[in-house]
Design a protein around this ligand. Structure first.
Ligand SMILES: CC(C)(COP(=O)(O)OP(=O)(O)OC[C@H]1O[C@@H](n2cnc3c(N)ncnc32)[C@H](O)[C@@H]1OP(=O)(O)O)[C@@H](O)C(=O)NCCC(=O)NCCS
Length: 305
């Protein structure tokens, strides 16, 4: 399994640009199932060394969904074989692609995929050569920002609970303007998932930052993923405990993350909030860090058989 992850990280990192759908951080985060997806029903790989891979959820997600990465150097025939194989498992499959990836858009169109309405994600980017514009973004009075100690089991548990409070489904529904579902469902994030995150080869505890309030309560966090060879940082995810929101905590955490990552060699940063108007809050958070849109990640679906 771990060999698969290393192959994927190598494949995605080799060709990275800010317009590419996946950053190595996305690969590690979804591998750890931090993104909330269940284990894929099927994983496919093409090429040796790896040139393309896909995870496919055809029974566990509705509609059937795939994550797909293809080396940007792949030609039309190679792409058509890959998409044909993927669609042989479920022709009505839904997947995201970068609007800036012209070769992939052409291949999707040729394979009968259509632009599906619905949520899309904006890729926001900034250079990190000069971060002086972020100097004023400091934690609110009395709060301090520290890195999570990977050797402290109590700290790991606190970190997990903070994520779970930040991502409680009823809270997210409220932020999305959806009616209360009346359920008491909990976030699926767990200690096992966080330990899986920490076990990925690109996790750095120095980029797993939390904010503590004046009484030492865990109030917010931001996790960064550094692609060292490309000098790029992905911010994913960020959360503030509902009792500590709207004090500038998330922005201060991200600003500290950018400064720390710059010291480790990051030269540019990306983050992928919702681009549509349904959930504008994260986009606003990151735009306030001087990040601007450089790509759109949109949903495509194959026609039913
Ligand atoms: C998004 C989130 C991290 C913001 O945390 P926060 O500490 O309250 O954010 P900040 O105080 O730094 O505020 C950042 C910006 O968002 C705005 N904002 C924060 N909460 C808001 C709300 N409920 N409604 C409208 N704007 C809001 C702030 O006004 C500020 O924008 P401005 O300075 O341009 O006015 C927090 O709401 C959260 O954890 N949400 C659930 C998880 C999530 O969506 N994470 C982000 C995607 S990874």
């Amino acid at each position: 399994m771990r060999a698969d992850l290393i192959d994927r990280l190598g494949c995605v990192g080799r060709t990275w640009t800010p317009q590419q759908l996946l950053h190595v951080g996305n690969v590690a985060w979804s591998w750890s199932r931090g993104d909330g997806t269940p284990d894929p029903d099927l994983s496919l790989a093409w090429g040796e060394p790896l040139r393309a891979y896909a995870d496919l959820w055809r029974a566990t997600l509705e509609p059937a969904t795939a994550t797909l990465h293809i080396d940007p150097g792949a030609g039309a025939i190679e792409r058509s074989v890959i998409l044909g194989e993927l669609r042989s498992f479920d022709s009505a499959i839904t997947l995201f692609a970068s609007r800036q990836d012209q070769a992939q858009l052409a291949a999707l169109e040729a394979a009968g995929f259509v632009d599906a309405a619905g949520p899309w994600f904006a890729q926001l980017w900034r250079t990190m050569s000069d971060l002086s514009d972020l100097e004023e973004l400091q934690p609110p009075a009395g709060y301090r920002i520290v890195a999570v100690d990977p050797a402290d089991p109590a700290a790991i548990r606190e970190r997990v609970e903070l994520h779970r409070r930040s991502w409680r489904p009823d809270r997210i529904r409220r932020l999305l303007g959806m009616p209360d579902s009346g359920t008491t469902a909990e976030s699926s994030y767990s200690e096992a998932k966080h330990r899986a995150v920490m076990a990925t080869p690109i996790y750095r505890p120095e980029l797993d930052l939390v904010a503590l309030d004046p009484d030492g309560r865990w109030a917010g966090y931001a996790l960064g993923w550094l692609d060292q060879p490309n000098g790029s940082l992905l911010i994913e995810p960020v959360g503030t405990d509902p009792d500590h929101v709207r004090r500038g905590l998330a922005r201060a955490l991200c600003a500290t993350l950018l400064r720390t990552a710059r010291d480790f060699g990051a030269r540019e940063a990306v983050v992928g909030p919702r681009g549509d108007d349904r959930y504008p809050l994260p986009r606003r958070l990151y735009q306030g860090l001087g990040m601007r849109e450089v790509a759109q990640f949109v949903r495509f679906s194959g026609p039913p058989r």
